[in-house]
Design a protein around this ligand. Structure first.
Ligand code: ISE
Length: 335
């Protein structure tokens, strides 16, 4: 039987996931869409024929319209959907972040621990990108020697007016706070932020690009250029420096073109295409895990909580100084 997924939120990511589940994922259907905005709900109903429309998650649960929940609203709306979904014992794929701060993430961990096992997977899709997987395997294998540094770029062409300074951390570097410990096999120990020259093309209320420096518990240093006004496209790349070599992922690829005295390769314009394959693999693996009864195959709510703690340190680091990242011990439940 196909897994009946209720998608909560039919904005940019929600609509993308609806198209994905309907067109490319096997073993699942969109059975419900929870979206209070009439225009988005109508577009979603057309994209997912046969789905039922609701304006609140509670109504969809009461109507027994779903077996699993995919939450694709902005982070501040996650907790009110996570809580009733957990109470109903439903498996959940929750877009990043788990919740906007560590206190609310902790409340979610407490609720989840009333169940028999983890039910929440967090949508840190980079872990499902083929090159990220290869780099992680290389680091773990020791084939290139010991990892010394990771050097990352995270560049967006531009951001909407609603994007404020803290979002450089909470909305964007949030991905590095998840993927870097996963790559390097060690948690973030401290964060620092440096301000290069400001880009005059940045929105007036933003001071960026920023340079984020992390030290991991194992002594590996990480630098990330977080830049949301590069104008030309969307770029996420990493270089790993080992004692006996280098590895690089996230380079532009595809058709190379020579034309009118120039050479070029098309660049991505947003994360929707840059990580399209990663999103597909993430959702397929989650669907397979839910159908197999393991429920989670990827970052879980504990990972989401750790990231929330790192983001809080990152936001403090925006004001200057080296900020330590301290987390409690992992509960046995997430072992
Ligand atoms: C956005 O919310 C994302 O999650 C993207 O992956 C990131 O590159 C972007 O900066 C965020 O605003």
């Amino acid at each position: 039987n196909d897994l009946r997924i209720g998608v909560v939120g039919a904005g940019l990511m929600g609509a993308d996931h609806i198209a994905r589940i309907t067109g490319r994922i096997s073993g699942a259907v969109v059975s419900a869409v929870v979206e209070p905005d009439a225009g988005r709900a109508a577009a979603a109903a057309e994209a997912a024929p046969g789905s039922r429309a609701f304006s609140r998650i509670e109504e969809a649960i009461d109507a027994d319209a779903l077996d699993a929940v995919l939450i694709a609203t902005p982070g501040r709306f996650h907790e009110p959907v996570l809580a009733p979904s957990l109470e109903a014992g439903l498996p959940i794929l929750c877009e990043k972040p788990l919740t906007p701060d560590s206190e609310s993430s902790w409340r979610i961990l407490e609720l989840e621990q009333r169940l028999d096992r983890p039910h929440i997977q967090v949508g840190f899709m980079r872990r499902f990108d083929a090159e990220y997987e290869e780099l992680r395997a290389l680091i773990a294998s020791g084939d290139a020697g010991e990892l010394l540094m990771l050097r990352g770029v995270h560049r967006n062409p531009s951001v909407p007016a609603s994007y404020v300074q803290e979002m450089l951390i909470n909305d964007s570097v949030v991905h590095e706070f998840d993927v870097v410990p996963w790559l390097a096999g060690s948690p973030v120990a401290s964060v620092e932020v440096k301000y290069p020259r400001r880009n005059p093309l940045s929105p007036a209320h933003l001071r960026e690009p920023i340079l984020v420096l992390m030290e991991l518990q194992n002594g590996v240093y990480v630098d990330v250029e977080m830049n949301v006004s590069v104008q030309f496209g969307y770029q996420v790349g990493t270089e790993a420096v080992f004692d006996r070599g280098l590895a690089r992922i996230g380079q532009p690829s595809g058709l190379q073109r020579w034309d009118a005295g120039r050479f070029g390769v098309a660049e991505h314009e947003s994360f929707v295409t840059r990580f399209a394959d990663a999103y597909d693999r993430q959702v397929q693996r989650w669907v397979d895990a839910v159908r197999a009864g393991t429920l989670v195959d990827g970052p879980n709510a504990w990972d989401g909580y750790r990231v929330a703690i790192a983001c809080e340190a990152g936001v403090r680091a925006l004001a200057g100084g080296v900020v330590p990242v301290e987390a409690p011990d992992r509960p046995e439940f997430y072992a």
